[in-house]
Every structure is written in C-alpha cells, then in structure tokens.
Design a protein around this ligand. Structure first.
Ligand code: SAM
Length: 307
C-alpha cells in the first residue's frame, strides 16, 4: 500500500542522482515507499530496481557490480525517471515496461496482451516431468500458452518432441509466434488458435501442460494493482476460479494417449479443485523455488470423468 506521506519526487529533485547505482537505490526506495508488489519475476525491490535501471539503459542485467558506479548522462535521465515513475506510481510491472521477461534462463517478449511468465511448472519442466513421464514424449500440448513460455521451455528440454501451443487470444498468439520465431523453434512448435481443445481435432498427446486462467472472484477483487495491468482473460475464471479448468477436465482424456498425463496449475483454487474431484487420484507436487497449486493427473484417471 502507498505511503501517503511520501509523494513521488519531481524530476527536478533527482539531480543528486549521479550514477546507475544511485538510480537503482532511488528506484528500490521508491518501490518500497509507493507500496509496489513483487510478484512478477522478482523477489526483492533491489533485484527489480537493478533490472529496470540496467535494461532501460540497454545494459545486460548481470553486468559486473562495478558498472553501477558509472555516471548517468543528462540525456539519459528522462528515460530513467519515466521508467521508475511508471513502475512506482502507475504500478506497471517491469516486464511490461521493458517488454522483456526471463523464464527458465531465457528472455521472452511480453506485452500487456500476455501474462508475465512465472509458472512454477518450470520446475517440473526442468525435471523432465520425472517421475511421472517415463519416456521421451512424442507430442506435447501447451494449452493456454500466452507468451509461449512453457511451450518454448519444453521444446528446450525435449528437442525431438513435437510441441503444439494453443490459446484463445489472437493477440497473445501473435506474441507467442514472435517468441517462437525469435528462438528459431518454428519447425518444432506449431501454434493453434481456439477455445481450449477446439481446432485440435483427432490429436493425441503424451503430455498436456496448462497454466490456464484460474483466479477466483475473491482474489480478483483483492489483487495488487500490478496484476490489473495483465490481461483479464489470462487471470479471471469465475467464482471458484475453475470455469475453464472444469471444461478442460471433461475433455482432456480424449486428447491424451493412454499413458499420458495432464499437468495443470490452479494456484489458490486448489482447494476448490480437490473438493470438485474427490473421485480422482491427483498429485500435488511441492516446489523448491516457490509456487503451489499445480496438479498432475493421469489419462486413466481422467477417463473416469467420461463414464
Ligand atoms: C494464466 S495465462 C497463462 C500464460 C502462459 N501459459 C504462462 O504460463 O505464462 C492463461 C492464458 O489462457 C488464455 N485463455 C483464456 N481463456 C481461454 C480459452 N477459453 N481457451 C484457450 N485459452 C484461453 C489466455 O488468453 C491466457 O493467455
């Protein structure tokens, strides 16, 4: 929450800031004063401020510490001031200000048409979905792909697997397509547009991975300002957050091979999910690097929903 006693300094009051390090310190302090929320790829204001200042100056975020002693030119001040003000006052997430977010060690283009990548499913991808996936999958579907981050990450981990990514939003898919093409993965990843499985007729996958919209109405009402810059259709999913997931559960078995798995993130809607499917054996893995509310369910279990 914003500290009402500290207004954001006017640009004329920033003359004492001489170095990149001074701007990082100013940005981090203002993020704290103005009540910024750190949930979009950074855990601390210091890390986010460093990234915002260095990337605004077109420098790598991991330059040596000594670079922070470099002087900022007067012609560079305006860009830094605008970036810090937009982050701290308008609460625009850093990833949107820079059109760049990092996921599993590589950068992705992001705009407000796509969610900022942060899914804990990354940990499962890095572990190649062991111990559930027993063999190299022939086909994988990334359903509700947004920026394409999970599809790309899986293409890296399974370089011989055919990967389909799909989303309802044409705007999101244009960003996903750009990311896939920038990474030269167009031969491995096919892009589909449609409502959930629509447009994927007759296809069968060894693995379906999805981070769909799953935020329930109470959480939507309580969200920090930063989340309101993200696309609503990437977040909101009805009263219990499961509007889309229920449809996915009903259809998934038809799109999985017999030994296949569905991996799906539902975040805080996990309790509603467990209440809704007491008859299914669902696995809820724990994450070393944070995050929660991801379930794994087999095709065999999902077939129970079709009887
Ligand atoms: C939570 S975002 C996830 C984006 C990405 N997978 C990630 O992890 O960053 C959910 C995505 O679902 C898409 N979506 C919403 N409703 C959909 C539907 N009915 N069918 C397919 N995709 C949908 C949204 O456009 C959004 O890109």
């Amino acid at each position: 929450m914003q500290n009402p006693s500290i207004s954001f300094p006017h640009i004329d009051q920033t003359g004492a800031l001489k170095t990149l390090g001074d701007w990082v310190r100013f940005c981090a302090s203002q993020m704290e004063h103005q009540g910024c929320f750190y949930g979009h790829g950074f855990l601390t204001p210091w890390d986010e401020a460093r990234f915002l200042v260095l990337r605004t100056m077109k420098l790598d975020w991991d330059v040596p510490e000594a670079a922070l002693a470099a002087t900022v030119l007067s012609v560079e001040v305006d860009a830094l001031y605008q970036a810090v003000q937009s982050r701290c006052v308008s609460k625009i997430p850093t990833a949107y200000l820079l059109e760049e977010a990092w996921f599993m060690g590589e950068p992705f283009k992001v705009t407000p048409q796509v969610l900022i990548p942060r899914s804990p499913i990354a940990e499962l991808v890095a572990a190649r979905f062991a111990p559930w996936l027993m063999h190299e999958p022939a086909n994988i579907l990334d359903l509700c792909t947004g920026s394409g981050c999970l599809g790309v990450a899986m293409a890296r981990v399974f370089p011989t697997t055919a990967i389909d990514v799909s989303d309802l939003s044409h705007e999101a898919l244009s960003i996903a397509t750009e990311n896939i093409s920038d990474k030269e993965l167009g031969m491995q990843i096919q892009v589909y547009q449609g409502d959930l499985f629509a447009g994927l007729d007759e296809k069968k996958y060894d693995l379906i991975v999805s981070n769909p919209p799953y935020v329930d109405q109470d959480d939507i009402d309580d969200m920090p300002e930063e989340f309101h810059h993200e696309p609503r259709m990437g977040l909101a999913a009805g009263k219990d957050g499961l509007d889309l997931v229920h449809k996915m559960m009903a259809q998934a078995a038809s799109f999985l091979t017999d030994g296949g798995w569905l991996v799906c993130e539902v975040g805080n809607s996990a309790v509603a999910m467990m209440d809704a499917y007491p008859q299914l054996e669902m696995i809820w893995p724990e994450f070393e690097h944070g995050g929660h509310g991801v379930f794994i369910v087999s095709a065999v279990e999902l077939q129970k929903l079709q009887n």
